[in-house]
Design a protein around this ligand. Structure first.
Ligand SMILES: Cc1ncc(COP(=O)(O)O)c(C=O)c1O
Length: 425
């Protein structure tokens, strides 16, 4: 079974993005290159919006997944809200004309300056993750005569059964608070004049493919809300986070949102709460492709290495999370051509620099193009300049037209911020 994507199609043996051949994009913009399909972004946003429609949620796109301004603008035009984790992310979204009251400010380490900026801009809700953060937010709000609307992030202690680096709802993770700690904080909020308790926040992890962790989290949150309301703490909002898993592997199935949406909407309705969601990966992940060109094929003692011009500097996910990304040849290979197990690796001086290990592929030729799928989320935003590699360009294909949405960094960009002391000139 292959990973079906409406925007990807072979036309005359050439892989295309919404009708535009990847070979033409490589010719015009160079490689390595990120390519996004606007139609796929819109479809993914609408699918989530529709699934949860009965609760009329604020779907707040998680900007960290991919903060490119063109993507933010597409989602702005769809009516999305935004989940931000820094005041700079807030500014990026403000720049597109979205008002701060459509933004949720999350993150465990907000600085006083960021809190001030977000309060002045008027963000809709702060997700608060510790008593120390609540105390600081209270002080900052009081110092500028504002009241911060807060949701307490609880840690439902649910195992999201995802990679350990992207699970967030267990007691050993740095995120959220135990129910005990949350109880204590919530009862002290009435004594903090700079804070107004609005609701609860629970995000248990990313890339969750099964219903069960969500079901467990719904159970914990339901009970906890009941307890808080009975204790005289009325709530207004329920933020259920994001984390909806996508199918990276040909054998995987993306999380079927219907069941999760049903139980989460029912929970919000039962308690009369406004629902907020923070999906990132499920909107932008499948809509992006990382396009890379083969430099050499090197025949190692045990297997061939396909050495490409893209690397862990742009696609850190395989090294960081053992992530699997499907790889397709841009020029369709004949079904009769022999396939062998290869490692697809980049030119960076690290053994962890690979895009795929032991992947069955038709051996390409030098100069051939490969498309690495599902590269829209947590790829370009995590890119680095390691080995003095300029970050790649990014292109958006919208309605059959390719638009440059981030230019390729130049050699000058690499040392733009360095300062040479006079005595070393
Ligand atoms: C608090 C919070 N909300 C939303 C997200 C977005 O998650 P995803 O991109 O998996 O939907 C994350 C990412 O881990 C997160 O930490």
């Amino acid at each position: 079974m292959t990973n079906q994507k409406k925007f990807l199609r072979y036309d005359r043996n050439q892989l295309t993005c919404d009708g535009v051949p990847f070979a033409e994009l490589a010719e015009e913009f160079g490689t390595p290159l990120f390519v996004y399909s606007a139609s796929a972004i819109r479809d993914n946003y609408r699918r989530i919006s529709r699934a949860f429609a009965s609760a009329k949620p604020l779907v707040a796109y998680s900007v960290k997944a991919n903060s490119n301004g063109a993507i933010v603008r597409i989602l702005r035009d769809e009516g999305s809200g935004f989940d931000i984790v820094s005041a700079n992310e807030m500014d990026r979204v403000l720049m597109t004309g979205v008002s701060a009251d459509r933004m949720i400010f999350a993150g465990v380490g907000k600085t006083a300056d960021e809190m001030r900026r977000a309060l002045k801009a008027g963000v809709r809700e702060f997700n608060v993750e510790s008593p120390a953060e609540a105390a600081r937010l209270n002080d900052v709000a009081a110092s500028i005569r504002k009241i911060a609307p807060v949701a307490i992030r609880i840690n439902p202690e649910v195992d999201a059964r995802t990679h350990r680096h992207i699970t967030t709802g267990k007691k050993e993770n740095k995120f959220g608070m135990s129910l005990d700690a949350a109880r204590k904080l919530i009862s002290s909020i009435s004594k903090m004049p700079g804070l107004r308790l609005e609701g609860l926040h629970a995000h248990i992890g990313s890339q969750i493919l099964s219903d069960q962790p969500h079901e467990e989290a719904v159970g914990v949150v339901d009970k906890f809300i009941g307890e808080l309301v009975a204790a005289g703490h009325p709530l207004r909002t329920l933020n259920f986070g994001g984390g909806f898993g996508i199918a990276y592997h040909e054998e995987e199935k993306a999380l079927d949102l219907r069941h999760v949406a049903k139980i989460v909407c029912a929970l919000a309705k039962k308690h009369g709460l406004e629902l907020i969601l923070e999906p990132g990966r499920s909107i932008i992940g499948p809509a992006g492709v990382f396009l890379t060109r083969v430099e050499y094929v090197k025949y190692g003692k045990s297997h061939p290495f396909v050495i490409v011009d893209g690397a862990m500097t742009e696609m850190i996910r395989p090294a960081l999370y053992d992530a699997y990304h499907e790889i397709r040849s841009v020029k369709k290979s004949s079904p009769r051509s022999k396939r062998v197990n290869v490692d697809v690796v980049g030119p960076v001086c690290e053994s962890g620099d690979f895009l795929a290990l032991q992947r069955e592929l038709t051996i390409p030729e030098s100069g051939d193009l490969l498309a690495v799928l599902d590269a829209g989320a947590y790829c370009s935003v995590m890119s680095s300049n390691y080995n003095s590699r300029p970050r790649p360009a990014e292109v958006l294909v919208d309605d059959g037209e390719a638009h440059l949405v981030r230019r390729r960094e130049t050699k000058r960009d690499l040392y733009r911020h360095e300062v040479v002391p006079a005595h070393l000139e």
